[in-house]
Write a protein that binds this ligand. Sequence first.
Ligand SMILES: Cc1cc2nc3c(=O)[nH]c(=O)nc-3n(C[C@H](O)[C@H](O)[C@H](O)COP(=O)(O)O)c2cc1C
Length: 159
Amino acid sequence: MKLKILVGTMTSTADYVARAIQMDCADIVEDIEVVMMDGQDPSVFDEDALYLICTSTYGSGDVPDNARALYESLDAQPKFPGNVKYGVIALGDRTYMQTFCFGGQKFDERLQGLGAQRIGEVWCHDASAGTMPEELGTAWCREWLAEAIPVMQKQAADA
Ligand SMILES: Cc1cc2nc3c(=O)[nH]c(=O)nc-3n(C[C@H](O)[C@H](O)[C@H](O)COP(=O)(O)O)c2cc1C
């Protein structure tokens, strides 16, 4: 099984989290690819893989600039492979009370609207808490993979 991490970021924190997961979780999943969202479209979900959206939030609850093209293309394309399974790491800051982690939440809503299936809850990191997103993110990911891998194995067996 392959894990494909799609990164939306402005100042690289989400990229650091994705790279930390790529290194730390190599004992669970051999093939982990980190893909920046820049210029991507829905075909990024064509591969037979488990997906992890890893994105921050900017502006007033917007997705980062590099994630905009992908996010908007998901709206323009009503058709979507229904067997896409994904998780979400949403980076934010509780100082922005009204829009905390909206970037990740927005991707989640749009993917669900297109028929993809989220595994687990959206995991939110609060930059104002003073905790390390790489450490907490990898720990969360290990637990999430324990839940996601059996789902992917069942899907492969049923195919
Ligand atoms: C200008 C600006 C706007 C932000 N807006 C939000 C927001 O609306 N909601 C939120 O939860 N976090 C917001 N954040 C916090 C970032 O999402 C958070 O610091 C994140 O860890 C940055 O990750 P990145 O380096 O991958 O972009 C904002 C940060 C900046 C600098």
